[in-house]
Design a protein. Structure first.
Length: 305
């Protein structure tokens, strides 16, 4: 029952947000929006408090959305599948880097071939088997002909685009893990001391700013309570909540769709590597030749006979 209720709210979250935002807008009919008459200092103080509150709410909803996405069954199943295939190919992990290098070369060849084909060039005329650019030059005669000059210029641009092409490289570390530093394979993550040091600096800055605001400014009770002020403050919080819920929904979709899709692509490539390993011929086993000592060893005779 709880699962059905959760799915109902999740599937209709967009409608709830629209309804909530519409209700907030209707409440503005009871208010007259005008200049507050506050001093610049008061505007800065109120704006700073609203800014930090909005930032805090957004951050909390963002984390909540990611945690909700991580708890999704399909995300958990995808992570388990990734771990399973990493375990399956682990006996052949030493061959994964070489396979990734060949896949990178093949990918560069395919993408460069597409770029060159659009401008009428052949891959073999511009690159060698290792993907190194040849000393290709445009036809000087055609460059002097008005009708052919533009075609040759397009070829030059296409050739330069193919030479300078940058693609995301495939690597064993990227396929078998999530996150980390690709260029630093022996980086195991932050220590507790490093974590505390990095977060202490941020806390120090935020606490220093807060101390200045609360030290310079003070508060006092309003003598003449105004419901309009209360409603206006409530509307601000309501607006922050609407934006926070949208942020949570975006974070949830990121984890369920984009982040999960990232892991699925890794699984697909690892599956290709697994199929490649299975296609290799089995290693030849040399027959064991008995030594001369074993051949000449006399047969034991039973004395009872």
């Amino acid at each position: 029952m709880n699962e059905k209720i959760r799915d109902f709210f999740r599937n209709n979250l967009g409608y709830f947000i629209v309804g909530f935002a519409s209700a907030v807008y209707i409440l503005t009919a009871f208010l007259t929006i005008d200049q507050t008459g506050k001093s610049p200092a008061q505007i800065i103080a109120d704006g700073a408090i609203a800014f930090f509150l909005g930032l805090f709410i957004n951050r909390i909803f963002d984390l909540q959305g990611m945690m909700s996405g991580d708890r999704e069954e399909r995300v958990q199943a995808t992570k388990e599948e990734h771990g399973s295939i990493v375990l399956r190919i682990s006996p052949h992990i030493d061959k994964l880097d070489d396979w990734c290098e060949e896949e990178n070369k093949r990918n560069y060849r395919i993408q460069r071939t597409k770029i060159l084909a659009r401008v009428g060039l052949k891959y073999t005329d511009c690159f060698d088997e290792d993907g190194v650019a040849k000393d290709w030059k445009p036809n000087e005669t055609n460059l002097k002909v008005k009708g052919l000059k533009r075609i040759e210029q397009r070829k030059v641009r296409g050739f330069l685009k193919a030479v300078n092409l940058k693609l995301t490289p495939l690597s064993a570390g990227e396929l078998t893990s999530e996150g980390g530093k690709q260029q630093d394979p022996f980086y195991f993550g932050r220590t507790k001391a490093q974590y505390e040091a990095q977060h202490s600096l941020g806390d120090l800055i935020s606490k220093f700013g807060t101390a200045i605001i609360f030290g310079y400014y003070g508060v006092s009770l309003i003598e003449n309570f105004d419901y309009a002020r209360l409603i206006w403050t409530t509307l601000q919080v309501a607006l922050f909540l609407v934006m926070g819920v949208i942020k949570m929904y975006q974070a949830y979709n990121f984890v369920v769709d984009e982040f999960r899709g990232r892991i699925v692509k890794k699984i697909d490539n690892l599956q290709k590597f697994d199929n490649y390993i299975k296609s290799l011929p089995p290693p030849s086993v040399e027959p064991v030749i008995p030594t001369e000592t074993e051949e000449e060893k006399p047969t034991e005779v039973n004395e009872d006979e």
